[in-house]
Design a protein around this ligand. Structure first.
Ligand code: SAM
Length: 260
């Protein structure tokens, strides 16, 4: 199949879905509850915000001022419209931006939030590049795909190794975080319904509609089957992998009279 058709179908699958990764209000709230001694109006940078579900959840959970960035213009336009419709544009602003090349003043944020997006850079690179944008004692909160068990059936092992070879166990991520110059604060495994409520259920409905639309198109059907496979894997093997939040803190210290 030519690439533009594949892109067109991908676009049809993913346009206007509530989320682009696992998560729900309860999980965002549970991760937020790890954060202590925050200022009255925490300043948050939500990186890879996508359609912005967690952005608006964060605005509900806290009295925060949020900048949400994504490199996909359509998400940002939609997020800014929603903020304006809800009369919270003074608190929630979307900006097109690249997580690899953030354009903010140093020490601007109390919290950097990255739900289902840190994998695009890798945890190690993200933590070292984003650190300078955090205020002293600020937090980075991110969610990431993880193995729950050391022994996995071949089918799911091979599925994820070919789709996301960087997947690690929760323990090995915690160990990694404990050896950075952040303080590891905690982790929180997303419950199974956080995969389905706002993510896999609307995605499955969309794919089923498109399967009807493209029932006479074997190439399109193949793309849709490939997307469905992820959900099938999850139904079968959710005991072996899932998503977890991780929370780290930028412990204040001075180096040559400067914050590091
Ligand atoms: C898996 S989605 C997660 C979206 C959202 N946080 C959620 O949970 O629904 C990852 C998001 O990262 C965005 N993205 C990809 N590369 C990026 C980059 N270099 N800079 C900023 N955002 C990026 C994508 O457009 C997408 O919206």
């Amino acid at each position: 199949m030519d690439k533009s058709k594949q892109e067109q179908i991908f676009f049809e699958i993913h346009t206007d879905l509530p989320r682009e990764g696992p998560g729900n209000f309860k999980s965002t709230k549970a991760a937020f509850s790890f954060l202590t001694e925050l200022p009255e109006k925490p300043v948050i940078l939500d990186i890879g915000c996508g359609p912005g579900k967690q952005t608006f959840d964060l605005a509900k959970i806290s009295n925060s001022i949020i900048t949400a960035i994504d490199n996909h213009h359509a998400y940002i336009d939609r997020l800014n419209k929603k903020a304006s419709d809800q009369n919270i544009s003074s608190r929630v602003t979307g900006k097109v931006g690249d997580m690899n090349n953030l354009q903010f003043e140093e020490h601007s944020f109390d919290i950097i939030w990255a739900e289902g997006s840190i994998y695009l850079m890798g945890i190690g690179k993200a933590l070292s590049l984003w650190k300078k944008f955090l205020k002293p004692n600020g937090y980075i909160v991110f969610s990431e795909l993880c193995w729950f068990k050391d022994d996995r059936p071949d089918e799911i092992e091979n599925y994820w190794l070919s789709n996301y070879g960087e997947i690690k166990t929760i323990d090995s991520i915690v160990k990694f975080l404990s050896n950075t110059d952040y303080k590891f604060i905690g982790s929180y495994v997303l419950p199974d319904n956080a995969w389905w409520d706002d993510y896999y259920t609307p995605l499955t409905n969309r794919i089923n509609d498109l399967k009807k639309k493209y029932s006479n198109d074997p190439e399109a059907t193949q793309v849709l089957e490939n997307e469905s496979l992820e959900m099938e894997m999850h139904k079968k093997y959710s005991a072996y992998y899932g998503y977890s939040f991780f929370v780290v803190k930028n412990i204040l210290y001075y180096h040559n009279s400067k914050y590091k």
